[in-house]
Design a protein around this ligand. Structure first.
Ligand SMILES: [Cu+2]
Length: 280
């Protein structure tokens, strides 16, 4: 377990003691959290590893530069070095201070680019989730399961029930089967939003007139929370994301129910659109 994973796990432990233990795992921000939320997808695990690699590199560079500066300030002060040397060039030293930073950048670039390509597209997507951003709620569509869709709106403070996190819980949750590669298609109906799920390692813009793609494969059942991460307007902070990850059997059962429950939403939507078009 990596260092930031450990911190996130401690945070999750505190959260469950505080009364959020209703779900198998609830990934959400906790007070005084400093690390990432616990990783539940292969992508987020790799982001964690990459973060830890960078942390080591940064610490080593900072210690080296600080030590060098302190030494130079002492060794070459007017008191300790009254006669300055006339040296202007040192080929070996110049090659070293050019080559070493290049090598450090290469060490960073290789895993960085690998991660960028991994995040881009689902290698073998098993289902698709279409996310449409609106001011200020999300619409979710399941094209591979009959194409039903529904809106998810934040639950306001006065309607919160016990265990529902403030500014994170929504009236309808996105339901996803565990251990399934999910392709996510993102678009927006009005302005640019961003669908961000910290524990999935996903943050992708939803842009009007453009279809963006990302993916995730969640390996642990539970309830996970995210937020819109693009400044989209006055209620930007009030369009959270709630994803319930359930077993494949429970997901199949949910789909059967959802088809009936959200059928009325589908029927109502085109009628409104036609009415708007004829008016114009
Ligand atoms: Cu938004």
């Amino acid at each position: 377990m990596s260092f930031s994973n450990k911190i996130a796990a401690i945070g999750a432990g505190i959260a469950s003691v505080a009364g959020f233990s209703a779900a198998a795992l609830a990934s959400q921000p906790v007070p005084w959290q400093t690390g990432f939320q616990a990783a539940v997808t292969p992508v987020m695990e790799q982001i964690n590893d990459f973060h830890n690699l960078l942390l080591v590199i940064i610490i080593v560079i900072t210690i080296f530069v600080t030590a060098l500066m302190i030494y130079v300030m002492w060794r070459f002060s007017a008191k300790n070095n009254p006669e300055p040397t006339k040296t202007t060039h040192n080929t070996l030293l110049e090659v070293v201070w050019t080559a070493v930073p290049i090598m450090i950048l290469v060490v960073i670039a290789v895993p960085s680019l690998k991660l960028l390509y991994l995040e881009d597209k689902a290698p073998n997507a098993e289902m698709t989730l279409k996310v449409t951003a609106n001011q200020f709620y999300w619409n979710y569509e399941y094209p591979d399961h009959g194409g039903f869709s529904f809106d998810a709106t934040m639950i306001s403070d006065d309607e919160l029930k016990a265990g529902q996190p403030r500014l994170l819980a929504t009236d309808e949750a996105v339901v996803i089967p565990v251990n399934t590669e999910v392709r996510v298609l993102l678009a927006a109906a009005d302005v640019i939003h961003a669908w961000a799920m910290p524990s999935f390692g996903v943050k992708t813009d939803a842009v009007p007139g453009r279809l963006n793609e990302t993916w995730f494969k969640v390996t642990k059942e539970g309830t996970y929370y995210g937020q819109c991460s693009e400044l989209c307007g006055t209620n930007h902070g009030f369009m959270p994301i709630m994803v319930k990850v359930v077993s494949k059997e429970d997901f199949a059962k949910w789909v059967v129910k959802a088809k009936v429950e959200y059928a009325s939403d589908d029927a109502a939507e085109p009628a409104v659109k036609v009415a708007t078009i004829t008016k114009n």
